[in-house]
Design a binder for this molecule. Structure first.
Ligand SMILES: N[C@@H](CCC(=O)N[C@@H](CS)C(=O)NCC(=O)O)C(=O)O
Length: 202
């Protein structure tokens, strides 16, 4: 049985979303940041002390994007897990684009709007992050013109992974209205029942 570790209020949300989209049976352990991730039992699963992690019949993995690509390849069929190697390349590309070009700026917004103590929050940091997001959002907008989804007409693991990152924008009220095609694509991805089910987990 697949086990998924991590609360849906963390990056584990994206793994829960992938599992729901794939229709997998799984056991969910919603560990949070209350010290549980640093306990010796959990450090045996993920020595980084982070969530998510999975135990897939004894095969342990951590790193959210790697987990999702693994689950899609192992359990998915085309078109969700693309049929050819170019499609896999595209799915990796958009997943890493989300993680490297977008996520750091959204996390800056999250920290400075919600998590840091009031006296450490910085408006300048938030403005800088908003500014920095314009470039990747512009790339996404250009790419999605004339396409329903990142790889064409079908929703794939590439869409799920990138949308899981950009869904953070809702939490931090990032205004994506200047890129309406990307905004509509994100809303389409987030309206999937699998996203809704994953979001309702603990
Ligand atoms: N690159 C890792 C980052 C994992 C990570 O930092 N997770 C955060 C939650 S979103 C965490 O576990 N924080 C708890 C802690 O550091 O104790 C991934 O994508 O899986």
């Amino acid at each position: 049985m697949l086990k998924i570790y991590g609360t849906s209020m963390s990056r584990a949300a994206r793994t829960l979303w992938a599992a729901e989209e794939l229709g997998l049976q799984y056991e969910h352990t919603p560990i949070s940041f209350d010290g549980a991730t640093r306990k010796p039992e959990y450090l045996k699963i993920n020595p980084n002390g982070h969530v998510p992690a999975i135990d897939d019949d004894g095969f342990i993995m951590w790193e959210s994007m790697a987990i999702n690509l693994y689950l899609a390849e192992k359990y998915g069929k085309a078109p969700f897990w693309p049929a050819n190697v170019q499609g896999h390349g595209d799915a990796y590309k958009w997943s890493f684009f989300g993680m490297t070009e977008c996520e750091p700026h959204l996390l800056t917004m999250l920290m400075h709007k919600m998590f840091l103590p009031q006296e450490q929050r910085s408006e300048a940091a938030i403005k800088g992050a908003v500014e920095a997001l314009k470039a990747p959002y512009g790339v996404l907008e250009g790419h999605l013109k004339g396409r329903g989804y990142l790889l064409g007409k079908d929703f794939t693991i590439g869409d799920l992974n990138l949308a899981s990152v950009l869904s953070l924008g809702m939490m931090v009220q990032y205004d994506n209205s200047a890129t309406p095609t990307a905004a509509a694509w994100l809303a389409r991805c987030m309206s999937r029942p699998s996203f809704q089910r994953a979001s309702q987990k603990k």
